[in-house]
Write a protein that binds this ligand. Structure first.
Ligand SMILES: Nc1ncnc2c1ncn2[C@@H]1O[C@H](COP(=O)(O)OP(=O)(O)OP(=O)(O)O)[C@@H](O)[C@H]1O
Length: 232
């Protein structure tokens, strides 16, 4: 059973991209609620609106209309600066292409979001960054640059970075898209463990093999979300 209060609520979320050849409505009034510890998969074809949905949830882009609530925070009303700080503390974002800073060591990549949010004191943050690298079995690579490790290792480092500020929510856009099946498996196991500990994991993907791994499955088609299966 989950806590009856949702961690994240979307209410009639609409996103329209104005273009030269007319408006594109990428999200057509999304209503959804996500709870602590849920392991959620949202699958949909290319162009269905998956990335747009993650951008609305993590506040990297503005909704056209509708509301995004994170517990009692109305994310849709925050300024860009407020959103950046809020996101840094509450949402860990994981990308298909990892997006680690190439010039920084893995350790410094993980320290970056902690420093941005001022979450921990210097000594403490290094200790925590090393702990996170240990949790994803990369402690021995802490001082290497991303280019010196494999894709699967880079994605594990990106997950460690996403966890830097101990966010209640992880949003991942095709996190295993660039990984082979065995490596993808280790990433899913990592997400599973996090969900068991109470982190809400939300993965969007066009890959339907995700369906067997998640505890709740939704589909997105032409900007509309439908609930497919829930073990709640
Ligand atoms: N910045 C933008 N400007 C204009 N149209 C956009 C923009 N971003 C997305 N779109 C359009 O919005 C719709 C949804 O795009 P989105 O990237 O969210 O889909 P997706 O499901 O993530 O696709 P993919 O799996 O190919 O990444 C598509 O029609 C896309 O062309």
């Amino acid at each position: 059973m989950h806590n009856p209060k949702p961690l994240l609520s979307l209410r009639q979320v609409v996103k329209v991209y104005p273009t030269r050849s007319g408006d594109i409505t990428a999200l057509k009034g999304i209503d959804a609620e996500f709870y602590r510890g849920e392991f959620v998969g949202i699958v949909g074809k290319s162009g269905a609106g998956k990335s747009t949905l993650t951008h609305m949830i993590s506040g990297v882009d503005q909704v056209t209309s509708g509301e995004v609530w994170f517990e009692d925070t109305p994310v849709h009303t925050l300024s860009e600066d407020q959103k950046a700080l809020w996101r840094g503390r509450h949402v860990g974002v994981v990308y298909q292409t990892f997006q680690l800073m190439p010039s920084l060591s893995l350790l410094d990549n993980i320290l970056l979001p902690m420093e941005f949010c001022g979450t921990y004191q210097r000594g403490k943050s290094e200790e925590r960054a090393l702990e996170l690298l240990r949790a994803v079995e990369l402690e021995d690579h802490a001082f290497k640059k991303p280019s010196a490790i494999s894709g699967g290792q880079q994605q594990r480092a990106a997950i460690a970075r996403a966890l830097a500020n101990d966010p209640p929510l992880i949003v991942a856009d095709e996190p295993t898209g660039n990984l082979d099946t065995a490596t993808a498996e280790t990433i899913f196991s990592l997400f599973e463990t996090l969900a068991e500990r109470g982190t809400t994991i939300l993965i969007v993907s066009h890959d339907r093999s995700l369906e067997d791994r998640v505890s709740r499955l939704l589909t997105i088609t032409d900007g509309e979300l439908s609930e497919m299966r829930s073990l709640r």
